[in-house]
Design a protein around this ligand. Structure first.
Ligand code: ZN
Length: 157
C-alpha cells in the first residue's frame, strides 16, 4: 500500500508528464505545419523549375532551328560565291579579299550618286573625273576607304 506522500509524489509526476506530453504535442503540431509549408514551397519551386525548363527547351529548339537555317544559308552563299568567283580574274578576287579583310568584311561598294556606299563619303570632283574617264573594265577604288567601287547607271558620273 502506497503512503499518501508517495501518492502525492506520483500525482505530481503524472501532472508533470501530462504537461510534457502537451508540450510535445504542440511541438509535433508545429513541426507538421512547418513540413506542410515546406512541401507547399517544394511544389511551387518544382512548378517554377518546370516552367523555366519548358522555356529553356523552347529556346533551345528555336536556337537549333536558327542555326540550321544559318548553316543552310552559309552553304548557299558559299556555293554562290564559288560560282561568281569562277568568272572573275584571280588577281581581282585576291585584291577584293585583301580589302575585305581590312575593311570589316566589305571589299567592294556601289558608287551611288557620287557617293561611295562603303564609307558613305562623296567623291570629290577630281576623283569623279578619274572614275568617269576610266575604262569600263578598269578597277576603280575609293580614295578614302580603298574599297573597289562598282559603277552602275546610278553612279552619278
Ligand atoms: Zn569609300
Amino acid at each position: 500500500m502506497a503512503s499518501p506522500k508517495d501518492l502525492e509524489s506520483l500525482q505530481r509526476e503524472l501532472a508533470s508528464l501530462a504537461k510534457r506530453q502537451g508540450d510535445l504535442e504542440d511541438v509535433v503540431l508545429e513541426v507538421m505545419e512547418r513540413r506542410e509549408g515546406a512541401q507547399e514551397r517544394v511544389r511551387e519551386l518544382t512548378d517554377r523549375v518546370e516552367a523555366i525548363q519548358a522555356k529553356v527547351d523552347d529556346a533551345t529548339t528555336r536556337r537549333d532551328a536558327a542555326n540550321a537555317e544559318i548553316d543552310a544559308e552559309v552553304a548557299t552563299v558559299n556555293k554562290e560565291r564559288e560560282l561568281t568567283v569562277a568568272d572573275i580574274p584571280e588577281a581581282l578576287v585576291a585584291l577584293y579579299d585583301r580589302i575585305r579583310a581590312k575593311q570589316g568584311g566589305i571589299g567592294a561598294a556601289r558608287l551611288y550618286q557620287r557617293r561611295c556606299e562603303g564609307c558613305r563619303l562623296e567623291l570629290d570632283i577630281t576623283e569623279l573625273n578619274d572614275v568617269r574617264s576610266a575604262a569600263a573594265d578598269t578597277v576603280v577604288r575609293c580614295e578614302n576607304c580603298s574599297r573597289i567601287l562598282v559603277r552602275t547607271p546610278d553612279s552619278g558620273l
